[in-house]
Design a protein around this ligand. Structure first.
Ligand SMILES: NC(=O)c1ccc[n+]([C@@H]2O[C@H](COP(=O)([O-])OP(=O)(O)OC[C@H]3O[C@@H](n4cnc5c(N)ncnc54)[C@H](O)[C@@H]3O)[C@@H](O)[C@H]2O)c1
Ligand SMILES: [Zn+2]
Length: 374
C-alpha cells in the first residue's frame, strides 16, 4: 500500500512524498500527474552504481507514460557534488535541448539529489524535478525540504538554492542493496529525528531497529519512513528557509541536533573516517552528555539514547581523537551566531532546547566530548 506524506508550503507549492516497496515502478505515472501537460522529456541524473541497479525500472516507467528519456551519470561520492560537475551536467541538459516544461529526475542518494536539485534550480532559471532517493539518509532527510547544493573547495553546501521538487518517490526496496555502513548512517539520522521530534517517533524507530530485519521491505519500514518524512516535512513547513533569528523548539535549527560535534569529528578526521550519519551518531551522544551534565536531561534518557544509537550499528572508533582539537574545530562551525556555537540540546527525548555555547562551562564540554568518544 502506497503511503503519501504531504509537504505543505506557502503559496500552494505543496507536493507529496510517495512511499512504497516498488514505488519506482510507478514513477512515470507520478511524473505524468505532477508535471505540466506539455512536459515531453525527462533527464535522469544518477550515478553508475545506482543507475545499474534501478535505472532500467525508472526509464521503463517514464517511457510507458510517453516521456522521452535521457540519462546523465555523475561520479560516485561527495567530491562529485561540485560546481564543476554541475556545470558539466547543465551543459549536457542544454545540448539535449531540455525545455522549460521538461523535467529532471534525481535517482540516487543525497549527493545525486543535492546536485540534481541544484541543476534543476538554475537550468533555464528553474525547471521541474522529481526526486527518487535511494539511501536511507536521503529518504528520511535529504529529500525532504527542498534544499539543494554543491560543495566548493572551502566548504560543503556553500552554493545552493531552495528548489522544491514536484514529487518525491521513495522505493523502500532500494535499501536492500545499500551497503551496511550507509544503513547505519541513515539510522543515526533517523534516531536523531526521533530524539528531537517526539517520544512516539523515537519509540517507533527504536522498535523497528529492535525487532525488524532492517533491510526487509516490510509494511513497518514504509510506515517508519513515512513517519520520519512527516516529521521533517512538518519542521520544514514551519521554517522553510531556516531563518537565522529563530531558536525556538520548532525551528529548522533543531535538525542540527548532534551536528555541531559531528561536523568537528568529520573535519578533524579529514572527512575520511566517518560517514556523515555515523559522525551524527557520536555527535548526538555528545550533545546528550552535555544536556545531562547541565541538569537538563535525566540519566535514564541519556542511557536510552545510547542504547538506541548502538542499535544503528557499529560506529568508527574515536577514542584516539583529542578533545582539545575537537573543541577548536567546533569554534569554526558555520551555524554559529555571533561567534558562539548554538547547541541543540535535549530536555528529554522528544523535546529540544537551544543553548548558547557561552552558557556551557568548558569543563562540562570537555568531559562530555570524552564520554561520547569512547
Ligand atoms: N538537502 C538536504 O537537506 C540534505 C540533508 C542531509 C544530507 N544532504 C546531503 O546528502 C549527501 C549524503 O547523502 P547520502 O548519505 O545518501 O550519500 P551518497 O549519495 O553518497 O550515497 C551513499 C553511497 O551509497 C550508494 N548508493 C545509493 N543508493 C544505493 C542503493 N540503493 N544501493 C546501493 N548503493 C547505493 C551511492 O552510490 C554512494 O556510494 C551529502 O552531500 C549531504 O550534504 C542533504
Ligand atoms: Zn545530517
Amino acid at each position: 500500500m502506497m503511503r503519501r506524506v504531504p509537504v505543505r508550503l506557502s503559496g500552494g507549492r505543496g507536493y507529496e512524498i510517495e512511499i512504497d516497496a516498488g514505488a519506482l515502478d510507478n514513477l512515470g505515472a507520478t511524473a505524468r500527474r505532477v508535471l505540466a501537460p506539455t512536459a515531453r522529456r525527462c533527464a535522469i541524473i544518477s550515478n553508475r552504481r545506482v543507475f545499474d541497479l534501478y535505472g532500467a525500472t525508472v526509464v521503463e516507467s517514464l517511457r510507458a507514460q510517453g516521456f522521452g528519456v535521457a540519462s546523465l551519470l555523475i561520479g560516485d561520492g561527495e567530491r562529485h557534488k561540485s560546481l564543476r560537475v554541475a556545470e558539466r551536467v547543465l551543459e549536457s541538459l542544454a545540448a539535449l535541448g531540455l525545455e522549460r516544461s521538461d523535467a529532471v529526475v534525481a535517482l540516487g542518494g543525497g549527493v545525486v539529489g543535492d546536485l540534481a536539485g541544484f541543476v534543476a534550480a538554475v537550468y533555464l532559471r528553474g525547471i521541474a524535478w522529481l526526486q527518487a532517493p535511494t539511501t536511507l539518509l536521503a529518504q528520511i532527510d535529504a529529500s525532504v525540504g527542498g534544499k539543494t547544493a554543491v560543495n566548493t573547495r572551502t566548504g560543503k553546501n556553500l552554493i545552493g538554492a531552495f528548489h522544491q521538487p514536484r514529487a518525491v518517490v521513495i522505493d523502500t526496496r532500494t535499501l536492500q542493496t545499500l551497503p551496511p555502513r550507509e544503513l547505519t548512517a541513515g539510522w543515526c539520522e533517523a534516531i536523531k529525528q526521533g530524539a528531537i521530534g517526539s517520544r512516539r517517533l523515537f519509540a517507533q524507530t527504536r522498535n523497528y531497529l529492535l525487532h525488524a530485519n532492517a533491510t526487509e521491505s516490510s509494511a513497518q519500514l514504509s510506515d517508519l519512513i513515512a513517519a520520519q518524512c512527516a516529521f521533517k516535512a512538518r519542521v520544514v513547513a514551519g521554517d522553510e528557509r531556516e531563518s537565522v533569528a529563530r531558536t525556538d523548539a520548532r525551528s529548522r535549527r533543531i535538525l542540527n541536533f548532534g551536528h555541531t560535534v559531528a561536523h568537528a569529528l568529520e573535519a578533524v578526521t579529514n572527512f575520511r573516517r566517518f560517514r556523515h550519519g555515523e559522525a551524527v551518531g557520536r555527535g548526538m551522544l555528545a550533545a546528550a552528555e552535555i544536556s545531562n551534565r547541565l541538569g537538563l536531561l535525566p540519566s535514564s534518557e541519556l542511557e536510552l539514547l545510547r542504547a538506541t544509537v548502538r542499535l544503528a550499528g557499529r560506529l568508527p572508533h574515536a577514542d584516539d581523537l583529542d578533545a582539545g582539537l575537537l573543541l577548536s574545530a567546533l569554534a569554526g562551525d558555520k551555524k554559529s551566531v555571533g561567534g558562539h556555537v548554538q547547541w541543540v540540546l535535549l530536555e528529554r527525548i522528544g523535546r529540544t532546547r537551544i543553548v548558547s555555547g557561552r552558557e556551557i562551562p568548558p569543563k562540562i564540554l570537555r568531559a562530555s566530548l570524552r564520554a561520547a568518544l569512547i
